[in-house]
Design a protein around this ligand. Sequence first.
Ligand SMILES: Cc1cc2nc3c(=O)[nH]c(=O)nc-3n(C[C@H](O)[C@H](O)[C@H](O)COP(=O)(O)O)c2cc1C
Length: 208
Amino acid sequence: MTRRTLAVVSAGLGQPSSTRLLADQLAAATRDELARRGAEVEIRPVELREHAHDVVNHLLTGFPSAALRAALDAVAGADAVIAVTPIFNASYNGLFKSFFDVLDPGALVDRPVLIGATGGTARHSLALEHALRPMFAYLRAVVVPTAVFAAPEDWSGEGVDGALRGRIRRAGAELADQVDRRPAATGPADPFALTTTFTDLLAGRDPA
Ligand SMILES: Cc1cc2nc3c(=O)[nH]c(=O)nc-3n(C[C@H](O)[C@H](O)[C@H](O)COP(=O)(O)O)c2cc1C
């Protein structure tokens, strides 16, 4: 059985957070689809409000705290990333952007990513397409076609069992499909890892 890891980044500030709720449902849909394909899935939640101060300190000093390093490594080393933000002023919130600003460059290259957002009005659902998708395209991630937006009405009555549930299921299946096409992740690259043997180093041989 293949082992897969999903990093689930949630930038909601409320407690409880509708953003976290959407992130958890996207993760569950992806896990169920991967399990159906025979994979064992580990979900790694990354709740950004817990790292908010550390993210700002990292921006100012260039160094992450141990807890933030672990969160960044969880994202960099996962088979896929689910990234969900509340919409603030018609875009991702500052915490969401700042976290991806301090993520190691190249960490998301060719990484399957599912994007989602919550907001006070469905009129801002296209922020997923004009703000989140371009940012992840810049980071050279592979963003699945279905992006999931949840407005307040989606959580009540029909919505939660109807249209929203369907979008979540479709997005999860698309992410699982991308994961399934790739070999299992081996974790974040170690910047201090040896790229040659000691014998070659002592002999002055160039590994290239
Ligand atoms: C400063 C601020 C700006 C916001 N701007 C928008 C906005 O432009 N469009 C929108 O749909 N919702 C906006 N909202 C509402 C939040 O996106 C919404 O309440 C969100 O679902 C909260 O997520 P949470 O429950 O995870 O904290 C704003 C909220 C705040 C606090």
